[in-house]
Design a protein around this ligand. Structure first.
Ligand code: RRO
Length: 296
């Protein structure tokens, strides 16, 4: 996919379990085709104060606030993972277009297999997180990252926009090699006893099964709007969910919230489920079913 060769089409979603080399290695040992880091920025960030995560109907609401140790700190971890033969996708962000470029350079030189540009975090000021709400900014960020990238550039989009196809086309114009669809959906949880929002940040990003129909619709629409491959992300808990994404137009999938219950093995189980589905239905490889639900 987009120049990336994966043993199977599963990865962890950025932010879930991706905070250290040993955890990322366990995701790979659990069967993932590649691993994705927590979004990394230039300087280290503490993120928001707790509570930053709450269970809600059909999933979870988080407002971590981009906590991370900084891209430079992660360079050694990336080298360690690469030394162990683990394909690494680095998720990252910047406070400006220049910072996106600078961080991309650091991670690229560390030897990552792909860069996932996070222009879609719903939990921080717009210029830090939701640059991807605007097509022009999306195109400029993508172009800036492509200038320095030595590996494929994947742009992760937000469902919190009126027309996700417009943003996907902007990423494609900027030179993106692939798109991840989608980041979390902005939501709110209120405590009836305390009579106040549960998260310190007030709002958070919804992930898990409740997000799936929205994310699947985004993949469907983007597939019809651009030529570049799509990584589907949102509420995938089992192989059937993953196959639905492939049929809707995704070439690979990211699994996050379900790993909180399902553990590290979930990646291998889903990859094996996809393989069995292909064999039982007479297909040779994943690409045979990508977008098949769109018909001829
Ligand atoms: O750290 C977060 O609050 C966060 C990020 Br960077 C993101 O991209 N998506 C999300 O739901 N949370």
């Amino acid at each position: 996919m987009a120049g990336l060769e994966l043993r199977n089409p599963t990865m962890n979603a950025a932010g879930v379990l991706g905070i250290s080399a040993p955890l990322l290695k366990r995701i790979y040992e659990g069967g993932a085709g590649a691993v994705v880091t927590k979004s990394l920025g230039g300087p280290q960030r503490m993120g928001h104060s707790n509570p930053t995560l709450v269970s809600v109907e059909g999933g979870a609401l988080n407002a971590m606030g981009l906590p991370n140790p900084g891209a430079e700190y992660f360079v050694e971890m990336i080298r360690e993972l690469k030394g162990d033969g683990v394909p690494v996708v680095a998720s990252f962000f910047g406070g400006s277009i220049e910072e996106f470029r600078d961080v991309a350079l650091v991670l690229s030189e560390a030897g990552v297999d792909a860069l996932e540009v996070n222009v879609s975090c719903p939990n921080v000021a717009e210029e830090m997180g939701m640059l991807g709400a605007d097509p022009m900014n999306t195109e400029k960020v993508t172009e800036a990252v492509k200038e320095v990238a030595k590996s494929p550039v994947i742009v992760k989009l937000s469902p919190n926009v009126t027309d996700i196809c417009e943003i996907a086309r902007a990423a494609e114009r900027g030179g993106a090699d692939a798109i991840t669809a989608v980041n979390t959906l902005k939501g709110l949880a209120v405590d009836a006893d305390l009579r106040r929002p549960i998260l310190t940040n007030v709002t958070g990003g919804l992930s898990g099964p409740a997000l799936k129909p929205v994310a699947l619709r985004c993949v469907w629409e983007i597939y019809e709007a651009v030529e570049i491959p799509i990584i589907g992300c949102g509420g995938i808990s089992n192989w059937r969910d993953a196959v639905e994404y492939l049929l809707s137009g995704a070439t690979a999938v990211e699994i996050g919230t379900a790993a909180m219950d399902g553990g590290f093995d979930i990646y291998g189980k889903i990859a094996e489920g996809i393989r069995e589905y292909l064999v039982e239905n007479g297909f040779k490889e994943v690409k045979d079913i990508v977008g098949l639900a769109h018909g001829g």
